[in-house]
Design a binder for this molecule. Structure first.
Ligand SMILES: [Mg+2]
Length: 188
């Protein structure tokens, strides 16, 4: 029987270190390129948190944000084992879903860079559910994809907990397996 696997993106398939790396770069660029004062930056962070997308969105600097992010994504690597796992599942006829907190434009930059869009039947991001990975995000994905008993693969315990409370199967990277390469498939 064909089943469904759901993959998180950041820290599961691609290096999530990018976001920590770009934080100071974005803040500096807001000052240098957009002439935003430190006071305004502090005020914005106090309002929206330390998420660089939200900060730039609030300061009308998303063009600059994506330009900087693209440079880091271009230099980024896939997490080892990603291609092998996706290819293996695809060969078995598994439905593969990407479930990310990121915005579609960011997701597409990653997929294009690594040429992996072709593996996914559904790409589910922030805009699709109108929110980050809340109950509603997962409920809407479940309904849209008609999910029965999928397997969720993620480095994030919150994804694993969301899956478990729905009775789904889970693979918590770093806990259940060390890396994607350690995932065992049924016929192995
Ligand atoms: Mg993650």
């Amino acid at each position: 029987m064909n089943n469904t696997w759901i993959f998180d993106l950041d820290g599961t398939l691609v290096d999530k270190g990018i976001y920590a790396k770009i934080f100071p770069v974005i803040i500096q660029a807001l000052k240098d390129q957009k002439e935003v004062s430190q006071e305004k930056i502090d005020e914005t962070i106090a309002e929206v948190g330390e998420d660089t997308w939200s900060i730039c969105h609030r300061l009308d600097a998303l063009d600059m944000y994506y330009e900087i992010l693209l440079g880091y994504i271009e230099d980024g690597e896939l997490i080892p084992g990603t291609l092998e796992v996706l290819q293996k599942l695809k060969t078995k006829g598994t439905k593969i879903i990407l479930a990310s907190n990121s915005h579609r434009r960011t997701i597409e930059m990653h997929l294009l860079k690594h040429d992996i869009a072709k593996y996914f039947d559904i790409i589910w991001g922030n805009e699709d559910a109108g929110d980050k990975k809340t109950d509603s995000y997962w409920d809407q994905l479940k309904m849209t994809a008609n999910l029965k008993e999928p397997t969720v693969v993620s480095d994030d315990l919150r994804d694993i907990e969301q899956a478990k409370k729905r009775g789904w199967k889970t693979i918590h990277l770093g806990t259940d397996v060390i890396t994607l390469k350690d995932i065992k498939f049924e016929e192995d």
